[in-house]
Design a protein around this ligand. Structure first.
Ligand code: C2E
Ligand code: MG
Ligand code: MG
Ligand code: MG
Length: 288
């Protein structure tokens, strides 16, 4: 759309593009202060065991609780955090908050954390994550790390060493958004994955598209042959859930089970189900 004729010759640099740049600059400068102010907070999406219907754990999804603009999506600020190098600090802050929250949950509940491709260039990443787990008292065997396929290109040896250190502590590792982007079956062997996550684009169209159904089915069979459990994300209704169950998918998540919850929202849900392992610090009566 760069070249337009007639009176719109300069339309490629129009108000909307200028406006876009403005918004980006505002987000970038805002992000610098938002991280130390802990305006970037973890939200939690339920992960369900499809066969039993039981709650398996939660995936952590970053949200920016902007004092003026309300909730801002990670699709907007994660790329900016990556380009500006703020992703490392942002991610550790999210982890510290999420581990502190999840420490109070039933120990059977796992926690999945998304790791940006950029972070796998940091030779100290595993040590930093382990330090936050130690400081917050969150056990590594409840942690799952989600990595997208694109991240594996950059520096495979370093990614392998980071993942190796985390797995040595008892953490698990999942291949996120499988089927999109830089899909290659070779990636499945590049790192010692414990799980495959099917991208939501296939799941959301499962009952409308024969192609999507074929792809989901193929990934399920692939998981079976490789002995890797499969999670489907983007389940929005019961029919899709039923179909996934019949295909033999182990775990699922999506808005059918509810939108991602704040820490308080999760606490309420778990209290109802008697899945809290201890009262919140603030509820413990102070010693007289
Ligand atoms: P993802 O890890 O693949 O997360 C799944 C995304 O799908 C989330 O969007 C989630 O809210 C959305 N989703 C889940 N179920 C449904 C559904 O049933 N229908 C629809 N339409 N959408 C559903 P979200 O939270 O906007 O996150 C987008 C991406 O941002 C994530 O994709 C992840 O790659 C990245 N991200 C989120 N939090 C973090 C973080 O703390 N660190 C890093 N590095 N990346 C993050
Ligand atoms: Mg994910
Ligand atoms: Mg995903
Ligand atoms: Mg994604």
């Amino acid at each position: 759309a760069a070249k337009k004729s007639g009176r719109n010759r300069y339309a490629w640099f129009d108000h909307s593009m200028e406006r876009e740049l403005q918004v980006r600059n505002e987000l970038e400068s805002g992000l610098r202060t938002a991280i130390p102010r802990m305006e970037i907070v973890p939200y939690f999406e339920q992960q369900i065991d499809l066969a039993s219907g039981r709650l398996h754990g939660f995936e952590v999804l970053a949200r920016w609780e902007h004092p003026q603009r309300g909730l801002i999506s990670p699709e907007l600020f994660i790329p900016i955090a990556e380009e500006t190098g703020m992703i490392a600090e942002l991610s550790l802050s999210i982890m510290r908050q999420a581990f502190t929250t999840a420490r109070d949950w039933d120990p059977s509940l796992s926690l999945s954390i998304n790791i940006s491709p950029w972070q796998l260039r940091d030779a100290w990443l595993a040590q930093k994550i382990i330090k936050v787990m130690t400081e917050t008292g969150f056990p590594a065997n409840r942690l799952e790390i989600e990595i997208t396929e694109s991240s594996l290109f950059d520096n495979l040896a370093l990614a392998q060493s980071i993942v190796g250190s985390l797995k040595n502590q008892g953490a698990r590792i999942a291949l996120d958004d499988f089927g999109t982007g830089y899909s290659s079956l070779a990636h499945l062997r590049a790192l010692p994955f414990d799980r495959i996550k099917i991208d939501k684009s296939f799941v959301m169209s499962l009952n409308e598209s024969a192609d999507s159904a074929a792809i989901v089915n193929a990934i399920a069979r692939l998981g079976e042959s490789l002995n890797l459990p499969v999670t489907a994300e983007g389940i929005e209704d019961g029919q899709v859930e039923e179909r996934l169950r019949s295909i033999g998918i182990a775990k699922g998540q999506g808005w059918f089970y509810g939108k991602p919850l704040s820490a308080t929202g999760v606490r309420r849900l778990l209290a109802e189900r008697r899945l809290l392992q201890q009262p919140a610090a603030s509820q413990v009566p102070a010693a007289a």
